[in-house]
Write a protein that binds this ligand. Sequence first.
Ligand SMILES: [Fe+2]
Length: 200
Amino acid sequence: MRQVYKFLKVDNHQKISADIHHYLINHTDILNPKNTVFFNHISPTHVIQHVPSLKAFLDYNFLKPILTAVIVVPPGRENTLHVDQIDPYVRMLWPIKHCQGSLTKMFDIPRESLKANFLDGADHTFNPSHATSFFEIVEQRDWPLIDEFELLQPILIDVSVAHEVHPAPDATEYRISFTMGFDHDLPISKSIEAWSELGY
Ligand SMILES: [Fe+2]
């Protein structure tokens, strides 16, 4: 079976995480407890401009994200199983805060069991410009588990494979991660194996 995730070795990933966290607090309202949404788009240009350590990492690797977003998971949150894209799409996922002890599980779910949906904004009103499309699973079953990981370092993940995040059982804080997606037409967006050719 094709690879569905792969850990990345980034020496200063904790420094970049801390810098992104600082950016989120000082330049966005995403971490405001009154305002928590699961998937929050941010402007790639804006975050790169304000986080020099992230910019240096991307420039060094000739990477230019077209999608940047923050995923916020409250303690005890369940039922997050979904597929982001029907066609293979590899995104980079980065732990920001309180990811220790949480588990991301990936399942083998046939396409017939998916239904397109949209995620609402913070106030639960539907705003097309902020809505995020995804696919939910129409049937509750014990789907075959492909693999699972704890997000303790940056990772590549194919978000066309069904996945769900389980906050740490003893979590008291929001689990925060950051994701970047690249041009859909690039080989690195289509398979994790393509990253190996670039030395990852
Ligand atoms: Fe996802």
